[in-house]
Design a protein around this ligand. Structure first.
Ligand SMILES: C[S@@+](CC[C@H](N)C(=O)[O-])C[C@H]1O[C@@H](n2cnc3c(N)ncnc32)[C@H](O)[C@@H]1O
Length: 263
């Protein structure tokens, strides 16, 4: 089941049941761009507390953020989420394109803080932790897989680079593969993932691709003038992105029927 809310997440989160969400992935405004939705700090204790309340004991929380002089959301947010959640690890995503002036290191990274609700009961999908594109040269007798395990530095995923009229919808859109990796490691099919800063719905697309349910919240509309989705709520854009998956061959007839029933 997919649920889309065009609303402020601080209004919607309180109506979600306790212990009902299997995992949470969020990409809140970092306050680093000139976009209209990127002006206000939205990460606070109330957000962390609400996410903790609705999460199941086995849940993970992934929080995308930045580190550096201009992008220090990691430093601001880590102490806030750590009040409720158990901090597990930091994933660094190595991007292809760099940012920054000539006096300093070229900035080519983004971070994701991984938290769990309960360090003894969190779910980890062991069979998904091998990179099926990265074969070992040889396997030792006690190695379970012929593939290498994912590390906490991800160098193999390129950022979205299409034009605003094709595959790219949002200025800070995450690649689907990045979100799919978090989903596959921390949930199984038919479980529910929540993203309360949904933007163009990358989390919903990743859920559709991996057969998970999704709750997506975003309070704004697309204000990118050159976009064919100008003035349309982000959650409606997300719905359309998910709908196009119905036309691909990735899903079985059964899955398509299940997804179709949502529209
Ligand atoms: C960094 S963007 C997310 C981009 C998304 N990951 C994607 O791939 O398209 C953050 C989003 O949070 C939304 N937002 C900001 N404050 C919000 C709030 N209080 N409730 C719901 N959505 C909010 C903005 O409209 C923006 O689309």
């Amino acid at each position: 089941m997919f649920k889309y809310y065009h609303d402020d997440c601080f209004k919607i989160l309180p109506i979600i049941e306790d212990n009902s969400i299997d995992s949470i992935i969020i990409d809140p405004p970092y306050i680093t761009t000139s976009e209209s939705w990127d002006k206000e700090e939205v990460v606070n204790e109330l957000l962390s507390e609400q996410l903790f309340r609705i999460a199941k004991q086995s849940s993970s929380l992934y929080v995308w953020c930045g580190i550096g002089e201009k992008s220090n959301s990691l430093c601001r947010w880590l102490p806030i989420f750590s009040k409720h959640w158990h901090f597990k690890d930091l994933i660094t995503w190595k991007k292809q394109r760099g940012l920054g002036n000539k006096k300093g290191w070229l900035y080519t990274r983004e971070e994701c803080m991984w938290f769990v609700k309960d360090n003894k009961k969190f779910f980890w999908n062991e069979k998904e932790q091998y990179d099926k594109k990265d074969k070992r040269l040889f396997t030792m007798p006690n190695n379970k897989s012929e593939y290498k395990r994912y590390t906490n530095v991800w160098t193999d995923i390129e950022e979205e680079s299409g034009s605003m009229k094709s595959s790219r919808f949002h200025f800070t859109q995450k690649p689907v593969e990045l979100i799919e990796r978090c989903i596959k490691l921390s949930t199984i099919e038919d479980q529910t993932v929540l993203d309360c800063f949904g933007g163009s719905g990358t989390t919903a697309v990743a859920c559709a691709n991996t057969k998970r349910n999704c709750i997506l919240i975003d309070k704004n509309i697309c204000d990118i003038k050159q976009s064919s989705f100008y003035n349309i709520p982000w959650v409606d854009i997300a719905k359309q992105r998910v709908a196009t998956i119905l036309n691909t061959n990735k899903l079985t007839e059964y899955d398509k029927k299940k997804l179709c029933s949502l529209f």
